[in-house]
Design a protein around this ligand. Sequence first.
Ligand SMILES: [Zn+2]
Length: 426
Amino acid sequence: MKRAVIVILDGLRRDLVSAEHTPALAAFRERAEDFTAHRSVFPSATRVVAASFATGCRPARHGLQGNAVALLEHGVFVRHDAGGPEFLQHKRRITGTALDAPTLAERVARAGGAITFSNASPGAAYAHDPDGHGFLYNRAGSFGPGRVPVPAGDELRVPDTLAGDAAMTARFIDEVLTERRPAVATLWLHEPDHLQHELPLGSPAHLAALRQADAHAGLVIAAVDRLRDAGDDVLFAVGSDHGHQTVVGIVDIEAELIAAGLKTGPSSGDVLSVSSGTAALIYVHPDHAARLPALGEFLASRGWAGRVFPPDRLSDVGQAPRGGLAFGVSMRAEDRANEFGVPGLSLEARASDGKPDHLGFGQHGGLGTYEQAPFLMIDGPGFGRGAGRREPTSVVDIAPTVLRHLDLPVEDMDGRPLQRAAAMLQ
Ligand SMILES: [Zn+2]
C-alpha cells in the first residue's frame, strides 16, 4: 500500500537538529534526504504555515494572511486571532471561503483519505482541513468528513504540552498508522514551539524540551520502519514549520502610527497593524487609500522595520494586496547570538489583544535567518539516503510531494514535487 506519513515538530530550527540535542532526528538524517535550504513562508507563523502545508500554496493563493488578521466585515475592519476554533468558519461566512485553495485532505478524500492529529492552536489545526474532507483531531474538537464531530470517546483530549504530545504520538502510532491506515497521516507536535516562547533559546530547560520532542519523533520513525517491514510503500517526511529567533525588543507599531498622525486613534478603523510575532501586517481601509504613500515612507524610515513590502511588492513574499492588506513588515533581525550562544535576534511587533510579549524568549513570524530555517528530511522512493539537497525548498513543496507519491495529480499549487529520478540518486 502506498501511503504518506508526515511529522512536524513545531518551531524546531534546523541548526538545533544535532546528535547532541536531537539524537533520533540526527540518526534519521543519516538515512533520509536532508533539505539544507528549506524555508518557511511569510509570515513564518504556524497558522499561515499550516494552511500553506495543507494547500501547497503561499498566502496569496490560500488567503490566510497571518496568525492574526483583519477582515473587512460590512465595510469595517474587524481584528481576529486566527488561532481560535471558530475563525476559519467565520472567515468562510465573511469572505466566501475558509481557504481559497483545496487542501491535501480534499485532494486525497477519495484516494485513501487523510487523518491529521495536531496539538497546535485550534485555528492552526483546522487550517489543515477547514471544509471537512478528512479526519482532523485537536483538543478543541475533532471532526470527520462533513465536519461531523467524532464520537466522544474518540476525541483528542490532550493538553498542549510535552505530555500532551506524548499521548497524541502514542495514539497516532497505534490507531492512525497501524489500524486505520489512511493514505496521508499527519502528526503536528506542539513542541518545541510552545516552550520556546517561554524559555531562552539554548537554555538548559529548552535543550531538555528538545530532547523530549525528539523522542516523540523517534517513536514515529520506529513505527514507520515497522510499516515498511510489513510491506507498505511509505513516503516519510519529518520537518518543522519555522524556526525561532530571540526577542530583544518590543515595538508598538500602532502607537507609532498614531504619534505620526497616520492612524487616528487606538480603536480607529482607518489603519491597523496586526502582529504575527516578528512580522506585522498593515491594513489600510479603502476609504483611506490616500494615506498609502505617507505610510510607505514612514515604515521604510523606521529602524525597527527590517524589510517593508508595499502593496506592489507583497507578491515578493507570497502575499497579495487583498482585503485591505497594504504592507508586510518583517521586523529588524540580526544574526548575533543570545546569552546561550544561539544566533538570531529579532524585534517583536506588540500584539494589540493583550497577549504577552516574549522579551528574551523565542518568537517567529518574519524573515530572520533562523525563523526562516525550518528543517525537512524525507525518506522514501525518489529520495537519497544520507544525501543533502542544497536547492531552496519550502513548506509548500510537501503537499505536491505527497501527491506524487500517491500517483495523484499535482495541479494548481505553488510548490512542486521533490522526488528525483532514480538515476539522480546517489
Ligand atoms: Zn509553528
